[in-house]
Every structure is written in structure tokens, then in C-alpha cells.
Design a binder for this molecule. Sequence first.
Ligand SMILES: Nc1ncnc2c1ncn2[C@@H]1O[C@H](COP(=O)(O)OP(=O)(O)OP(=O)(O)O)[C@@H](O)[C@H]1O
Length: 255
Amino acid sequence: MTALSVQGLRVRLGSREVLHGLDLKLAPARWTAIVGPNGAGKSTLLKACAGLLPHPGQVRLQGRALGAMTARERARAVAWLAQGGAGASGADDLTVLDVALLGRLPHQGWLAPPGPADHAAVERALRATGAWAWRDRAFGRLSGGERQRVLLARLLAVEADLMLMDEPLANLDPPHQADWIALVRQLVAEGRTVVSVLHEITVALLADDVVVLDAGHVRHAGGAADPATHRALEGVFERRIEVRQLDGRWVALPR
Ligand SMILES: Nc1ncnc2c1ncn2[C@@H]1O[C@H](COP(=O)(O)OP(=O)(O)OP(=O)(O)O)[C@@H](O)[C@H]1O
């Protein structure tokens, strides 16, 4: 069973085709990092997988066509963290608790208030990202990194099997980046599938699998420790990085 499969994914934005017939298969309970240069189509791929962009290709979640699901089924099955969400201002007046509770909307009845299960899920999520202490503060009065941790909690609160995160490390300081890595490993150990778009190549090399995207094409998909993956990474970044082993870990160094 694949957690996510993409076949012949073509996406047009405005007058341009930005994804040119992508095929991808992701196994469940793994962490996949999507990397590639600016403008490669990484965010577009993630949005299409979340059902947020129209396209003629096939996206399947656990074998079910995304297009055949209701919006509510889809919203329970896939959680999505948008790129740059911490800078968005629409939620500034909401409390942190209310922002995280938005992650429970797909589970609640029409106009029904959140129930005990929703509150429990949100508390777990806010504790997991270290944001529980700020639950009564206004979202708009938090720092960029603090807001990012609240948005991560909103994504966790969905408790979806598939979690798509676009630049989740944006604004996070090194200790909180390390916390995020530990959190992803825990999610994967629980059986969830995590897909993250990352510009931090050294962090991407800690994932199970890496998908290298360039100019709307998948250039390579393989294990993070696979030498072919490392060569593909060096290639799409015009040999301006070098993947090396350091104390048993793969790191990307600028050159
Ligand atoms: N609304 C739009 N209309 C036309 N072209 C767009 C639109 N949004 C994005 N694009 C183009 O689509 C391409 C892919 O964009 P996308 O945001 O998916 O790239 P990305 O790999 O996530 O880039 P980055 O690393 O800079 O975030 C880019 O060339 C971008 O200029």
C-alpha cells in the first residue's frame, strides 16, 4: 500500500505549466523531504497533494483518488502547513488555542462547538510544539518562530495520516529545529507519513527519503543515504553544495 501516489501530475499556474507530468510513490510511515531550487515547483506539488489545486493528473491517498473524496474526508486525511503561514495576518486576533482548534474543524459537526476529544487533541498538539503555555495569548502578538510552532500544533491537531509541511523550519531557532526533527521521527514511529519541503539540505538528509525536484520535474527520488541522491542534490544546486559524511551523518556544505 502506498500512502501517497501521484501520476502524471501537470499543474498550470496562470499561463505557465509549472509541474510537467510528475510521478511519485511514497510508502507509509516514512519521512520524505522534498528539495530543489527556488521555483522548482515544491510548494505547487504539496498543494496539489493536499487537493488545493485543480489538475488533470491522479493523486491517490492510501489507494483512494483524492478527487473522489469529499472536502471533509480530504481535510481529515491530509494535514497541510502552508509556506509562510506564520507571516499571515488573518488570525492575529485569535488566541493560540483558537488557532490550534482550527485543526479540529474537519472532525466537528456543522456549527457544533469543539468537544472533549477536540480539546484533548489540541492540548496534546500544543504541548508537543511547546506552545501550550501561550494558549491564551493573541496569535498576532507572538514572534515568527512562536507562530510557526502554533501552526505546527494546528497541523498536528488534525491527527491526519498524511502530514504535508511546506518549509516547517522557517523562523525556528536551532533547538526548535531539533525538536521538530524529533517530533517528525515520533510521528513516523506512530505510523504517520510526513512530507516536508526543506531548504535546509542537512536536515533533509536526516529524512528517510529525498525527492529532488527541478524545473517542474522529479530529477531523483531515493534514500537519504544513497550516493545517487547526493549526486542529484549536488547537480540541481549547480555543484554549489557538497554532500559529505561527518561523524556518521550526511551534511551539505556550501562550496
Ligand atoms: N500564481 C502563479 N502564477 C504563475 N506562476 C506561478 C504562480 N505561483 C507560482 N508560480 C510559478 O510556479 C513555479 C513553481 O512555484 P513554487 O512556489 O511551487 O516553487 P518552489 O519550488 O516551492 O519555490 P521556493 O523554493 O522559492 O519556495 C515558479 O516558477 C513560480 O514563479
